[in-house]
Design a protein around this ligand. Structure first.
Ligand code: SF4
Length: 67
């Protein structure tokens, strides 16, 4: 969920019926800003706050990658 303005381009934002903004997901279920070739963030300097807080290599990270 996008809760602060970090400059995420509009094209990567989905807005639900209550006005909440999240990163748009493509049909594969992954974030629209993810570079499918490199598996790196294509908007790294403008990524949402939650992406900055999510610890790389944490338990949650490893579970998601294994899934
Ligand atoms: S860090 Fe990952 S989830 Fe966050 S915007 Fe970039 S590609 Fe999307």
């Amino acid at each position: 969920m996008i809760i602060t303005d970090t400059g995420v381009p509009e094209t990567y934002i989905a807005t639900d019926e209550w006005g909440a903004e999240t990163m748009l997901r493509l049909d594969d279920g992954w974030c629209a800003a993810l570079d499918r070739e490199t598996l790196m963030c294509s908007i790294y300097e403008n990524r949402p706050w939650i992406c900055r807080e999510f610890e790389m290599g944490s338990y949650e990270c490893r579970v998601e990658r294994e899934a």
